[in-house]
Design a protein around this ligand. Sequence first.
Ligand code: ATP
Length: 430
Amino acid sequence: METVSVKDVGRHEGEEIQLKGWIHTKREKGKIAFVVMRDGSGFIQIVLEQEKLEPEQWNQLHEASLESSIIVRGLAKSEPRAPGGYEIHASFLEVFHTTKDWPLGRKEHGIEFLEDNRHLWIRSKRESAILRIRNTIENAMIQFLSDNGFYRFDTPIITTAAAEGTTTLFEVDYHGDKAYLSQSGQLYAEAGAMALGKVYTFGPTFRAEKSKTRRHLLEFWMIEPEAAWFQYEDNLQLQEQFVTYIVKRVLSENEADLSILERPLEPLQKVEPPFPRITYTDAVDLLKKNGFDVQWGDDLGSPEETFLANYFDKPVFLTHFPAKIKAFYMQPDPENPDVVLAADLLAPEGYGEIIGGSERIHDYDLLLQKMKEFNLNEEQYQWYLDLRRYGSVPHSGFGIGLERTVAWICKLDHIRETIPFPRMLHKLTP
Ligand code: ATP
């Protein structure tokens, strides 16, 4: 008999079907038992009556505690009161493996315990909902870029270049030479854009962050579109369409998961272009008026970002940063070279930065001058300078952090729940 996924049971109403999964909850009432079963795609109630099962099957059910693995056959019926709207009236049960003491059975566990048992915690209703939403977001990102003519372009993980500053590098011994785990695929993506026009990278990135925050991981996934002939404004419009598309896909594909998370939908439904914009200079003034101790030229930290992200009810672009606090490759604003044509996108509801992007310097002499100002080793960047030696063109791109996007869309307090196995300060297992 073919096995049906829980999420597809609705298509088999009135049929005898087979499901394979795990016992999520179990309630026994004399000669009848109610099991909520999960199979990864969803949850469904199974009604088991003693008289319809073999005595051996009924005994097995009695012995099985939460997270025992089971095979069930029975009739799929519509039941508006059951979660998901359907239930199965069982005619056969096999307990494939009996779990004796499920360690996560209690209602409340401390976060440390849950983190240590992440390999089991991901089976919970909440965690699996988050991971299904993450999957939708990843698919949506790839689909959007592919539909818009971007080619996937995989960049190296072991590199010699520090794309995002030298303070967060993970060093690797490369047969005696010093190498680093990639902080960003951007510099290579720029080479890709000159070869293929529009590209994106999608890979793990590594930053040896030294402080514990709710929005930093040491290993995270970033998608980085980069396009030739794209300027600052094109870049911002692409981001608006991209983020709007992702949110719409989650709203349409993960209704049940968002409801498990009790995620209010209204703020997500508001996500439509155009997104508001505020310059760094205006943001500093606004922050000062609201009691923040910031000066022009300061890098805005989490509290400042949180304030700005709460101030607007849509994602907001924070633009035109001082050149000194941003990366060396960012194009200065022709009207004021003290600031760069860069924008971060801050997610609303206090989430803060999910995207960092900019137009890149395409002029050879200017790039070289900036590399000197930033004390970079020119030797290592010769290949990158070549992109400005041979047919240089204006180009722009951005990097969106997958986990920050998941945290915002799911409205999570902490980034640790957005990835199957988070790598955080002093946390390397499981
Ligand atoms: P922040 O200032 O918040 O540390 P950043 O300015 O270093 O971030 P970028 O270098 O612009 O970030 O990286 C692009 C995107 O990658 C960010 O907008 C964010 O979504 C994500 N990102 C950066 N660092 C991390 C991290 N340590 N953990 C998770 N996501 C991150």
